[in-house]
Design a protein. Structure first.
Lengths: 365, 197
């Protein structure tokens, strides 16, 4: 799928903006603070109703404004789709092809995107939250219902924690519900990771040019070592929850469950977060994101839109060259926000458009 | 500036679910135009509602007679009790026309976050009813969302040791939905396909 139209109003420092991008690769360049990342962020918000920079949607509102509006026209094999999202006074309104979607899945499936931003450095540095978010994003491409699984599980976790704080008589029922709702989340994550791993390791080899063996695994450090294999996940988690009940009651929340799942990355058998060099971690971070793109393409039948935010700040010349040749070979749409127009070296100049950002306005070059 | 009596009625009306300022204004203007008899009859009906409708002392559904028509009916099967969260649950199950047992209205669901525990629901009353010996099966028809499922689990653990069969309505029902919004046919099938859980 490709973005064919982009309209934005009231979003961060972006003025009223109306673009009709025609190229496969769109390079948005400009000095820092001009708004190039904001443009990618607006696309991302239209895609998944979340930013990759903040959890607070109110942060996205222009200074002094009261709301914002983003509209994208998306070309896919079935024709042109239209997504609109606006946010005003704390309330979000969305539309797909001019009507309110009956489920949020309907909206989220129109324009899948993959972001690579400086924040992704956390993936290689062992940022646990970033690791779980990554695996959940990949699981969502495989099965959009993953969103509902996570929601159900999180609500159960909140209730269980409240039951622990109050030490209520129904605690055992919440522990059991926790185990029941946790299992599908953990299993979907593990399945996704097993399936995406070969793509990640292949891309890592291409980006790093090294022969090290990259291994990925999803670990559940909260389960007891001797019970991991013999019991199913649900039963093992239930036993742990019961075993640690006294401790959890004292703390007022539980330390066991998918919120403690860990994406563990190893190079030649050694944990990346402790033994990897800066360069290795960056290569792994990029390989993970590009693998997500290919995985999305395989599962959805068409390539998600790739958003590369300031790759020059995160990658050295060698890795930028590897990224450039990936973008050249790739068939999906790519948006690149960079300080200079040729930070990511591209060979195929036929299908590339350049936009210069200045003070929130776009100038086509 | 609206006259104080108008403001007063508008404030009262806006306490009702789904009534905002606009709807309240329309109601007030209508009442002002309506004949005095109509307004008086509405006022009396409201007071009567509060005076005459009480929870049934057996099953806790809302009723004018006590026990309610369901509990009093000789045609209902007294060995099966369907447990629902609220009156809306009773109405939804009745609409299916496939259930001929009795009801038990819990008055909500477990929610530690909102401070609702087992002692805040009519669970002790349910246990007492089972203690009388006539009930052989309890069908748990709490809503299929996170809290309804946990409430169902809690009841199963609590009631099974009392020697009754505890079943749960089948999952033909959409996840996270409310019984109120599920069509009668789907709910009827879910009721027939209930299972041990
Ligand atoms: Zn009754």
């Amino acid at each position: 799928m490709r973005i064919r139209r982009l309209r934005v109003a009231g979003f961060r420092n972006l003025g009223s903006l109306d673009l009709e991008p025609e190229a496969r690769v769109c390079v948005v360049h400009g000095a820092n603070g001009q708004g190039k990342t904001n443009l990618l962020e607006a696309i991302r918000f239209a895609s998944c109703l979340q930013s990759f920079r903040t959890r607070q949607t109110s942060d996205l509102v222009q200074f002094g404004g009261s709301g914002f509006f983003v509209q994208v026209g998306v070309e896919d094999p079935n024709g042109l789709r239209d997504l609109r999202a606006s946010w005003r006074a704390g309330a979000r309104t969305v539309a797909v092809d001019g009507t309110r979607p009956s489920t949020i899945h309907e909206y989220l499936s129109v324009l899948p995107t993959v972001v690579f931003s400086p924040a992704d450095a956390g993936l290689g540095h062992g940022d646990r939250e970033a690791g779980r978010r990554y695996v959940d994003g990949a699981s969502f491409f495989h099965d959009p219902l993953h969103v509902s699984r996570i929601r159900r599980y999180r609500q159960t976790l909140r209730q269980l924690n409240a039951a622990l704080r109050r030490n209520t008589a129904d605690l055992a029922a919440w522990e059991q519900r926790m185990a029941e709702t946790a299992e599908p989340v953990h299993q979907a994550r593990a399945r996704t990771l097993r399936q995406i791993a070969p793509t990640v390791t292949g891309l890592y080899r291409a980006i790093s040019g090294q022969g090290e063996e990259l291994e990925l695994s999803l670990e559940a450090p909260y389960l007891m070592e001797d019970e991991k294999g013999s019991l199913g996940y649900r039963e093992a988690l239930l036993r742990v929850l019961r075993a640690r009940r006294d401790e959890d009651l004292r703390r007022g929340f539980t330390g066991a469950g998918p919120h403690r799942d860990r994406l563990v990355l190893r190079l030649d058998g050694r944990p990346l977060e402790r033994h990897g060099s800066q360069g290795q971690r960056r290569s792994v971070g990029l390989a993970l994101k590009l693998a997500l793109l290919e995985w999305g393409c395989t599962n959805l039948g068409q390539p998600p839109v790739l958003l590369l935010d300031d790759p020059g700040s995160e990658l050295d010349a060698e890795r930028l060259a590897a990224l450039g040749s990936f973008v050249d070979r790739w068939h999906g749409q790519v948006w690149i926000a960079t300080t200079g127009p040729d930070v990511v070296p591209l060979n195929g100049d036929r299908d590339v458009a350049f936009y210069r950002m200045e003070k929130g306005a776009v100038h086509a070059r | 500036m609206l006259a104080p009596p108008i403001q007063k009625v508008m404030r009262e009306l806006q306490r009702l679910p789904g009534v905002g300022e606009k709807t309240a204004t329309r109601f007030v203007l209508h009442l002002l135009k309506a004949p005095r008899t109509e307004v008086e009859s509405l006022a009396r009906a409201l007071v009567e509602l509060k005076e005459k409708v009480k929870p049934c002392s057996v099953c806790f559904q809302l009723t004018e007679s006590d026990p309610c028509a369901v509990c009093a009916s000789p045609r209902r099967d007294r060995s099966v009790v369907c447990v629902v969260e609220d009156q809306a649950g009773v109405l939804a199950i009745e609409r299916t026309r496939t259930f001929f047992g009795l009801y038990h209205v819990l008055g909500g669901h477990l929610s530690p976050m909102e401070g609702v525990g087992p002692e805040d629901l009519r669970i002790r009353e349910l246990v007492d009813r089972i203690g009388h010996g006539e009930i052989r099966e309890v069908i748990v028809a709490t809503n299929p969302h996170v809290e309804g499922e946990a409430t169902a689990l809690y009841l199963k653990k609590l009631l099974e040791p009392l020697g009754v069969r505890v079943t749960r309505i089948a999952r033909g029902v959409p996840l996270g939905g409310d019984l109120e919004y599920i069509d009668a046919l789907t709910l009827g099938r879910a009721l027939e396909g209930r299972s041990s859980f």
